[in-house]
Design a protein around this ligand. Structure first.
Ligand code: GLA
Length: 728
């Protein structure tokens, strides 16, 4: 068991293979102080880190409660009582009072990890992890808070969440309930976040941590294109391989706040959780609220140590069966091939070309239902458009199956078009504020998915459509942010619950879908990568990374995504050229190379490709079949970043047994170079001999890593190579 209580030190310790986390019970009056988190240490007596000394004698002696609470490193800070940093828990009583502060009551240590009701979370059996449950309370409010900390046996990850229970006899409103807080001294940290916009998701931003608050958030009702529910604090000189990194990632798909704050005393507080803006949750007597889970990762081995932990945790403990470690089928999606302009014959043309080259699945995107030939109608009417698809989905799927391919389908269940039968019948199903015309985006409104009858209505239609044919994959899209966030079914003092209730509704729907169609491969999508987060990964093992399918832009988007998420989660397709996103021209082979590490597919009209391009497809698929498992299941190393050097990009993956390594190299900007690029490889076994598929050279892992690999000189923009190293 990696969790223990030390009576003498009045401390809890959590150990993972490379990290230690220490929580102190302050003797009086029972505050939960955060003592230490970082590289694994044998010591538990580390009370000096509570830093009570500079402000004078402890709390009970000098009467200066303010200085004490203002600086105390704390596990789950309350509000209104002297801790002026960001709170995790904020409350408002019926009288309008806003103060709370937690003290320790009791604890329990459990083998394994309890599930979070209604919420996605990492999983772990008794052999994988153990969980500390700290029960604390605000005695005045009779509010009980259960803090959960799960430490994994083989991963440097600690997963935290909180459950807040009203044990009093009167309602209390939570106005903030974050998932985790991490207080520590600033050690010359950089803050790393992922920001972006539509078609440019997850751009890496690294900045020096300064005074005040800085971070990233979403208030759009989705985790969003503009920010990831993630932050990392990296020592200023930390790089891919070296240095200490602390990271937080929220297993959630809605509004979030991920924030670091440097205080007047140069302490640091990092918090992550549901964004308090617009949030208010009324807890009736006996009621409880469960926060989403925050994953904390510590790495003493630079960014790649952090990345490896996230990848392993998500691949093994978040992504569910049966797709957990199963190869994902190659596919062709018709969106950029046809947009709304297709019929059965056109789709079968594409399918025949695909089948002839070995592509495993055809995905029918938007436009198959209602009378949807443009994007201004029919969302909510999930019955097939027989004009385009005579014989329905069944006829099409059967024809595709007869070609030896699987069939997949796009849906957007959370939305409604004002021009739809559903909206005409149930206008109140859309989120809207009475007296205000709801804002349309892409001509659509958002359904009030918090309401069970709305979910039932949409789900019944979906289930009928998906049961009508052999549909083995679903792309679940969501194409706008939330506005007019009001529900006809919530009382005035519960409207602040709606953002979160919406997310819970989405989770409930996806859970239902997977229960009814257990083998289904689900891919989430949100105008590209607007909801690429661990919450969605719990339901769908892969997520559409971005609507930007240009190979060069994708390098940066995929680099940012892979900082946290496994390559096996990234939908990546070879798209048409010139790119529909930005008009850029890139060679077909390079587009293949950029897509290869992810969930590989095509998103173009195969019938319009040249013979030469078509002939490349079987080779690309063969690479995906052979090396996809190394990219998806191995350890990922970022060797060079086009985003940083503006010239070339290189990533490699090494199989867990270190017998095979694959290097994906793209030379984006041609430049007259007197010397070729030298890339020191990483992750190989020093003593094993490896042969390069490029040159046939055999060298030790040490030789490849410390001597480096000379990349072949290439001319022309956007060229690239896949180089395989096999142990001999
Ligand atoms: C979103 C998705 C695209 C495509 C379109 C269809 O933008 O990200 O991949 O499915 O919707 O309308």
């Amino acid at each position: 068991m990696s969790i223990s209580f030390h009576q003498e030190e009045r401390a809890f310790r959590l150990d993972t293979p490379g990290s230690t986390y220490l929580i102190a019970l302050a003797d009086q009056p029972g505050f939960l102080g955060h003592m230490y988190y970082g590289r694994r240490i044998p010591d538990t007596a580390m009370r000096h880190l509570l830093r009570l000394d500079p402000a004078g004698p402890p709390f009970q002696d000098n009467g200066d409660q303010l200085n004490f609470l203002g600086d105390l490193p704390t596990e789950y800070p309350g509000c209104g009582l002297g801790d002026y940093r960001e709170s995790c828990l904020r409350v408002e009583t019926e009288e309008g009072f806003r103060a709370c502060n937690l003290t320790y009551r009791s604890h329990a240590i459990h083998a394994g990890k309890p599930a979070l009701p209604g919420l996605p979370a990492t999983r772990g059996g008794q052999e994988d992890c153990s969980t500390l449950e700290l029960i604390c309370a605000d005695e005045a409010l009779e509010l009980e808070v259960h803090l959960y900390y799960t430490a994994y046996e083989e991963l440097d990850a600690i997963c935290r969440s909180a459950r807040i229970v009203n044990r009093g006899s009167r309602p209390v409103k939570l106005t903030a309930a974050l998932s985790a807080c991490l207080d520590m001294d600033n050690r010359d940290f950089d803050l790393i976040t992922l920001h972006g916009s539509w078609a440019y998701e997850r751009m890496i931003q690294r900045r020096r941590l300064g005074w005040g608050t800085q971070g990233v958030c979403s208030q759009r009702g989705i985790s969003s294109h503009s920010g990831q529910p993630f932050l990392a604090l990296a020592e200023h000189d930390a790089n891919q391989e070296h240095g200490q990194v602390y990271a937080m990632n929220l297993v959630y798909s809605g509004n979030f706040l991920a924030q670091a704050e440097m205080t007047q005393q140069e302490y640091l507080r990092a918090v992550i959780g549901i964004h308090p803006e617009g949030f208010g949750w009324k807890l009736d007597p006996g009621g409880s609220f469960q926060t989403p889970e925050a994953v904390l990762v510590y790495s003493g081995h630079g960014l790649e140590g952090m990345t490896h932990t996230f990848h392993d945790l998500y691949r093994n403990h978040l992504i569910r069966e049966p797709w957990r470690n199963r190869p994902r089928p190659s596919l062709v999606n018709n969106w950029e091939a046809t947009y709304f302009d297709f019929d059965t014959e056109k789709l079968l043309d594409i399918a025949r070309t695909a089948a002839g080259r070995g592509i495993e699945m055809l995905v029918l995107d938007d436009g198959w239902f209602g009378c949807r030939d443009t994007d201004d109608n029919s969302l909510g009417d999930w019955f097939v458009n027989e004009k385009k698809l005579p014989g329905g989905l069944k006829y099409l799927a059967d024809q595709i199956n007869a070609l030896g391919m699987k069939f997949g389908l796009w849906v957007e269940p959370e939305m409604v078009s004002p021009n739809s039968d559903l909206y005409r019948a149930h206008p109140d199903y859309a989120l809207q504020i009475p007296g205000r015309k709801p804002m349309e985006a892409r001509h659509q409104l958002v359904l009030d998915i918090s309401r069970p009858e709305v979910r039932d209505c949409v789900y019944a239609q979906l289930k009928a459509a998906l049961s009508s044919a052999n549909i083995e994959y679903v792309k679940w899209d969501m194409n706008r942010s939330l506005t007019d966030v009001a529900s006809f079914c919530l009382e005035a003092d519960r409207q602040g619950e709606l953002f979160h209730r919406y997310v819970l509704g989405v989770y409930e729907l996806q859970e239902r879908l997977l229960a009814d169609f257990p083998g289904l491969l689900l891919e989430n999508c949100c105008s590209g990568g607007g909801r690429f987060d661990p919450g969605m990964l719990y339901y769908s093992p892969q997520i559409w990374t971005s609507d930007n399918t240009d190979a060069v832009d994708r390098l940066r988007i995929q680099e940012g995504t892979a900082l946290i998420y496994p390559l096996s989660s990234m939908g990546a397709h070879v798209a048409a050229c010139p790119s529909h996103t930005n008009g850029r021209v890139t060679p077909f082979a390079t587009r293949g190379l950029v897509s290869l590490p992810g969930c590989f597919g095509y998103e173009l009209d195969l019938t319009k490709l040249t013979e030469e391009e078509l002939d490349m497809i079987p080779g690309q698929l063969e690479n995906y079949r052979k090396y996809g498992p190394v990219f998806h299941g191995g350890d990922y190393y970022r060797l060079a970043s086009y985003g940083e050097n503006g010239e070339y990009d290189a990533l490699m993956s090494v199989s867990k047994d270190k017998r095979t390594a694959v290097l994906d190299y793209v030379h984006v900007m041609s430049r007259q170079r007197r010397r070729s690029v030298l890339l020191p490889l990483r992750g190989l076994d020093e003593e094993t001999l490896y042969r390069s598929s490029e040159t046939g050279e055999v060298r030790s892992g040490a030789g490849w890593m410390y001597g480096g690999m000379v990349m072949p000189c290439m001319t022309g923009d956007s060229t690239g190579k896949l180089i395989v190293l096999e142990a001999v």
